[in-house]
Design a binder for this molecule. Structure first.
Ligand code: NAP
Length: 322
């Protein structure tokens, strides 16, 4: 079968289309003939050799696919031949994958491949980040161009958040999240320090929940706006530098600060999350921003689109054999 393989870490040009051995389904796995694979920001880190110490080569990137199940779920969640979406432990940029059966979910006919893929990692992450949200709570989110943020803003509105504020690095990204339902947008590209921009943007009102995937100074500036007793969830370090948060500040403010990573086995009930996310999408209440669909052979172009940081939307790869 054909797959995209990384034989040395580096820029997008290291994504090579190669003939590789087909996977064999082990215990608790289902083979899926892949139609479309999702591209995620984390795939760029895998390609660069920067993803949570994953240094083994060669590596086939890709954590999510839509395709046809070759066999039925023993518990009846899907039949052989059904159109399914799956969360993988890698190796998704390929014509055939072996997926953990518990993370294989049937896709409703009216949900497109692209939408289904946007709901797997980005949607499920937004869903988990807002699990503990109480109606009326004020939320502060980083990354207006992020696919997770685009879904989280809509989901927060649906869950009755009091007010959602998003940090945006451009006018276009600010406009996008505003249209998706963010009440306030604070620009990080206006010259003055983000902490001052946030204080002015929030007009002195503190937030109940901080959601960050940038890290470093961005997270530190966001924490200044967290109320005593508030919560912060960190789910990425896209800026490249983790923040150093003082335990003294946590103690004094009574903050709960936690991390979220979908990569831990069992960290999410994917079937439960996707049932709600697909339902919301079909009801017209949750729509991911969609980007280009590129042929598998153009995975390098797909990575360039994600890395360009233009808020391109969900980028996917068509993996059907020619
Ligand atoms: N913990 C988990 O399980 C989990 C799951 C999904 C995603 N993530 C992480 O969440 C983040 C967003 O994922 P996504 O799928 O939404 O990605 P995406 O749609 O490609 O968006 C990437 C985001 O990263 C920001 N970014 C990129 N480079 C940056 C830099 N050098 N400095 C500051 N910000 C930078 C962008 O900021 P702008 O908005 O300013 O362009 C954008 O918001 C990524 O870091 C990803 O690894 C974690």
């Amino acid at each position: 079968m054909l797959a995209i393989r990384v034989n040395e870490f580096g820029d997008p040009s290291v994504l090579a289309l190669e003939e590789v051995p087909e996977p064999v389904a082990g215990p608790g796995q289902t083979l899926i003939e892949v139609d479309t694979a999702g591209v995620n920001f984390g795939d760029v880190l895998v390609r660069e050799g920067q993803y949570f110490g994953r240094k083994a080569l060669p590596v086939i990137p890709g954590w999510e696919v839509v395709g046809r199940a070759r066999s039925a779920d023993p518990e009846g969640a899907f039949a052989a031949g059904d159109r399914v979406v799956a969360l993988l432990d890698g190796r998704g940029y390929a014509e055939l994958v072996a997926a953990p059966t518990g993370d294989v979910v049937a896709v409703p006919d009216r949900v497109s491949d692209q939408v289904a893929l946007a709901m797997v990692i980005q949607g499920a992450t937004a869903w988990r980040l807002l699990e503990g949200l109480a109606p009326g709570e004020r939320v502060l989110v980083s990354g207006a161009g992020s696919g997770v943020t685009h879904l989280l803003v809509q989901l927060a509105r649906h869950r009755g958040a009091g007010e959602v504020t998003v940090i945006a690095s451009s006018e276009e990204k600010a406009r996008q999240v505003g249209e998706l339902g963010a009440e306030r947008v604070v620009r990080s590209d206006q010259g003055s320090e983000l902490k001052d921009q946030l204080a002015a943007g929030l007009e002195g009102g503190k937030v109940d929940l901080v959601v960050d995937m940038v890290g470093g100074d961005t997270l530190m500036a966001m924490l200044r706006q967290l109320r005593p007793g508030g919560r912060a969830i960190i789910y990425g370090v896209a800026g490249g530098s983790p923040a150093k948060v003082s335990t003294g500040a946590m103690l004094k403010n009574g903050w709960s600060i936690s991390g979220l990573w979908l990569g831990h086995p069992g960290s999410i009930s994917l079937r439960e999350a996707l049932a709600e996310l697909f339902e919301l999408n079909l009801a017209g209440n949750l729509a991911p921003t969609l980007g280009p669909v590129l042929p598998l052979a153009e995975a390098a172009e797909a990575h360039r689109a994600v890395e360009a940081r233009t808020g391109v939307g969900k980028v996917t790869l068509d993996c059907r054999p020619a």
